[in-house]
Structures are given as C-alpha cells and as structure tokens.
Design a protein around this ligand. Structure first.
Ligand code: NAP
Length: 511
C-alpha cells in the first residue's frame, strides 16, 4: 500500500475479482438480501478473463447456451460459440442488471490478507486501501496471470513482443513477419485470424495439440426471437448441451472412448492437411485429453497456407531480429506473440494469505494447491475460493462449477447464521479425506497417465486443476453443507465490537 494511510474500511464480505465467479457470487448474495459486500477488482473494468483476452478470434469453446448463468439466460447470442466481445458484454450487462457495478472497487489489487483470530476477521491490504471483512471470497480465477517464458535474449529483440492475454492492437501485423510461440487453446484461435494478413507466420510448436471439429455456426434471428418469446426452449437447448457434454467426459477415464475421439481428431487432421510431412508434425504423441482437447475448423487450413511455417525444433534463443532454434536455424521476424498460457496451479496470492496459525496458504499447500470441495482450507477461517483447486473442467462449462460453488458458500453463510458462529473452516480430517478422494479419482484419468505434461499439473506433478468426475457429481456434492466437516468458532462475546458487528451481519435472509 502506498500514500497516506486511511482507516480500514469494513464490509461483511469481500470478493476478489469481477469475472464470472465474482459477479455471479455478488448477484446471488443480493438475491439473498445480503447487501454488505464489496468486490475488489485490480483492473479498471469488470470481466476477468473475458475482459483481458481480446486477441483476434477469441471465443469460447463451450457453447454459450451453457457458458452463461442459469439465472440469466441470453437469447441474443449470435453464434453457438459466442465471440469474446459478446461474452464480455453479457457479463457487463449482468452486473448492470443486478446492480453489482456500484459494489465494485476498481484499481484495487490485493497484496495481502491476514486472519485476525482474536477479532475473527480478515485484514486485507490492497495497493490503495485496507479492508476488514468477516468473509473473504477469492474469485480471481486460475487463468488471470499470463506466463511469458524467459527465453534467452528476449530483451534484445528489436520488435514488439506481447502475450495473447495482453494483445497490443496498436501493433500493425499486416505484411509483417510474425512469430507465434505456443500452439494451445488461445494460439489456435488467433493463428487463423493472423494468417491472411501477415507476410509470414512462424509457428513455434513444442507439443502438437489434439484438435476436433468445432462446427460453430450463427444463430439465425428467428431463433433468437423464439428464445426470447419462449425461454423454456432455450433452457431445453441448454439441458441438451449439458447432457451431451457430460457424455464427453468418458474419454478422460475410458481408453476405448479416448480412441474413438482420437480417430475423429485424426480424420479431421487428415481432411485438412494434405502435406504428409506437415500432417506428421501436427500429429500429437500423447493420449487425447491429457492436455485440453481443442476445437477448431480453421486452424489446420491456416497451417496449410504457403505463408505459414511450422517450426518444431526447440527455441534456443531470441536475437535482435528473430528466433534461433536448437537445429541452428535463424527465423527472422518483426513481431513475437506468446500464446504460452497462464500461471494456473501456482496462485500468486497464496504466499500473501496468512491464516489462523500464522502460516501462509503457500506454506500450507507446499507447491500443490488443494481445498475441501475446492472451496475451503483448514487453518484459513472464512476463506472461500471460487474455481479453486481441482474444480476446473476438461469437458464442460466452468460456469456450472462456479454456480454450484456459489450455492455452497451461501450454505456456509446460512450455517454460520443458524449456529451463531463467527468463523468456519473445514476440519483437517475432512480436508485430508476429500483430497485423498480427489487424488484416488484422478489416478486412472488420462490427465495422470496420458504421457504429457500439461498446465493441470503443479510443481509436484499432482493434478491440482481439474475436477475428476462429471459436473453432475460436483453439483450434487456441493448442494449440501456437511456441518460435521467444518470447525466453527462462536462469536467472541468478550469482544463487544466484534459481537455487534457479527450479530449485525448474521441478520440476513438466507435459504
Ligand atoms: P496453453 O493451452 O497452456 O498453451 C500454451 C502453449 O504454449 C502450449 O502449446 C505450450 O507448449 C506452449 N509453451 C509454453 N511455454 C513454452 C515455451 N517455453 N516454449 C515454447 N512453447 C511453450 O495456454 P492457452 O492457449 O493460453 O490456454 C490456457 C487455457 O485457457 C486453456 O487450456 C483453456 O482452459 C483456456 N482457454 C479457453 C479458451 C476457450 O475457448 N474457452 C480459449 C483460450 C484459452 P506445451 O504444450 O509443450 O506445454
């Protein structure tokens, strides 16, 4: 924190982040009659990953009918897989419609959170302010901090360099020689957009991804009007997509189903890449699903164009005017774009969250994030995560997971109100049992045994990112709170200030 210190501001609930998770949480709090909350957002606008990722061609690879809040259907989606601008606009509209915008404090980046066990509250420090809150909800998402590899010589490069999540739209790309480093979910979306305009595109691939057909299409106006007139119809479509995507979980656990999807992906590649050498270079060498399965109809055609070069030799160094690979070739380029992903299993806030015993969350995790239900951690009272450890998905919409977690957190607040407790955290035993179960369910998935190194795996090699079952199972588990799994601390009556505060904050209308 810089500048003149101001007294801490108080709020019952502090939410960190204003993406789908933070906005969804805020809406549901308001719907439950809880108004005493604030969202802290480090940027100057809301929207999370859908605000940050503005690269050409950015779109969701989950159908929008499902990648949206169940309580806020959007009949106006223009495409089955809506583009980024529409998703961002949808989120902004939700925030406006439900009166969330005035609840957001922009340009406040959390730098530290310390639990005060005597007062039973969190003291949260941002770059400009201190906050006192009873409940801290961390909703800053696993894909919010881009990673740019520290390639030798990168600082000597003369041209522009940027990451796909920080796209520099002012940098002209037309007729330029452009290097793209990475061939993950983001890169395969922007490469087809760049190919027609650049002079040459040098795609540096470390691992070939599995790609299946996307089959995106526009939604005709008559159908949008129909959804508007008969909302039940869109709900039916959503349910159909939900059920279909639950079926697509099978390849992650069943080798037979994986072989079928691999066959579909291989036919897709063969249909679009005529050159056998290029096709071989684009062929993955691990089992499908081990890394995220990508969807695209235009990536392979773009890679087959004469102005595109696929480079599979490792990058040795960057020079003033290009990239040198381990095979000794120099690739002269004017611009370098990184599509190299995010800091997903190493949450940057973890070393700065200090719990009941003075231990940081990073100390507690020791390189491998985990949480009871992916939401709560023992020793860290009144701390909840949205999209926390092991709640990501490889087959369906994370908005479903977010909504289930929000309802669970509302259940925790209700439990605290009903039992008159000021603080709540999972017991170490419940947490350990839950994490053991997650690890056992992960053991026979392709994520652990598919022969790849994905961003799902943390520094210890454990999958700390994904939920190991269908979404339905998580929704059922999260739909009720097992009080016995939580340690609760009563309101500290010897602290009159805390008592009054906590009494006031429990007088709400929860389910
Ligand atoms: P990513 O999938 O993690 O891909 C990163 C790419 O960069 C990979 O090809 C990786 O190669 C490569 N890479 C990383 N470090 C490298 C290095 N030092 N040298 C050379 N290559 C390097 O990242 P992303 O594409 O940004 O996507 C991240 C996640 O965001 C996705 O998995 C998905 O969950 C989400 N996303 C979703 C959508 C959507 O449509 N909903 C769109 C974009 C992203 P290796 O494979 O060898 O590591």
């Amino acid at each position: 924190m810089t500048g003149t210190p101001t007294p801490p501001r108080r709020t019952r609930i502090l939410i960190v982040g204003s993406g789908f998770a933070g906005i969804g949480m805020a809406i549901r709090l308001r719907q439950q009659g809880i108004e005493d909350f604030v969202i802290l957002e480090r940027a100057s606008d809301l929207g999370g990953t859908w605000r940050d990722n503005r690269y050409p061609g950015c779109a969701c690879d989950v159908q929008s009918a499902l990648y949206s809040f169940s309580f806020a259907p959007n009949p106006a989606w223009s495409r089955v897989f809506a583009p980024q601008e529409e998703i961002w606009a949808y989120l902004r509209r939700c925030a406006e419609t439900y009166g969330i915008v005035p609840k957001i404090e922009f340009a406040q980046e959390v730098t530290q959170a310390v639990w005060d066990d005597r007062e039973q509250h969190w003291l949260v420090t941002t770059n400009t302010q201190q906050w006192v809150t009873s409940m801290l909800i961390v909703a800053n998402g696993p894909l919010s901090d881009p990673v740019t590899p520290a390639l030798p010589g990168l600082d000597t490069f003369r041209g522009p360099v940027f990451h796909s999540a920080q796209w520099e739209h002012a940098v002209p790309l037309r007729d330029q020689r452009v290097a793209v480093i990475g061939t993950g979910a983001s890169a395969i979306q922007f490469i087809p957009m760049l190919q027609p305009q650049v002079r040459s595109l040098h795609v540096f691939q470390r691992t070939a991804p599995w790609i299946v057909p996307r089959r995106d299409r526009g939604i005709p106006l008559w159908r949008r009007s129909l959804y508007r007139a008969v909302p039940a119809l869109q709900r039916l479509v959503r349910s159909g997509i939900y059920a279909f995507r639950e079926l697509t979980f099978a390849p992650f656990r069943r080798p037979g189903a994986a072989r079928l999807v691999q066959w579909i992906a291989s036919r897709h590649r063969a249909a679009h890449v005529a050159d056998p050498a290029l096709r071989a270079a684009l062929t993955p060498t691990y089992t499908i699903g081990c890394k995220r399965i990508l969807l695209s109809d235009d990536y392979y055609p773009a890679m087959s164009e004469p102005n595109v070069r696929l480079i599979t030799s490792n990058i040795a160094q960057v020079t003033a005017d290009g990239v040198v690979t381990a095979d000794g070739h120099s690739h002269a380029v004017d611009v370098i774009i990184f599509g190299t992903g995010f800091r997903a299993t190493d949450p940057p806030l973890a070393p700065h969250i200090i719990g009941r015993n003075g231990k940081t969350l990073a100390d507690h995790w020791r390189g491998s994030p985990s949480a009871y239900m992916g939401i709560a951690v023992s020793g860290f009272p009144n701390l909840c995560f949205l999209l926390g450890p092991n709640t990501g998905l490889g087959h369906s919409s994370v908005v479903l997971m977010i909504e289930a977690q929000i309802e669970h957190i509302l259940g925790l607040l209700a439990l605290m109100r009903d039992q008159g407790s000021a603080a709540l955290e999972p017991t170490p035993d419940a947490e350990a049992r839950y994490v053991r179960w997650i690890d056992a369910r992960l053991a026979d998935t392709v994520w652990n045994s598919g022969g790849c190194k994905s961003w799902y795996l943390d520094s210890t090699g454990r999958n700390a990112a994904l939920w190991p079952e269908r979404v339905g199972r998580y929704r059922r588990m999260a739909s009720h709170v097992r009080a016995a799994d939580y340690r609760q601390a009563p309101v500290a009556h010897e602290h009159p200030q805390a008592t009054a505060y906590d009494r006031a904050t429990t007088e709400t209308h929860l389910p």
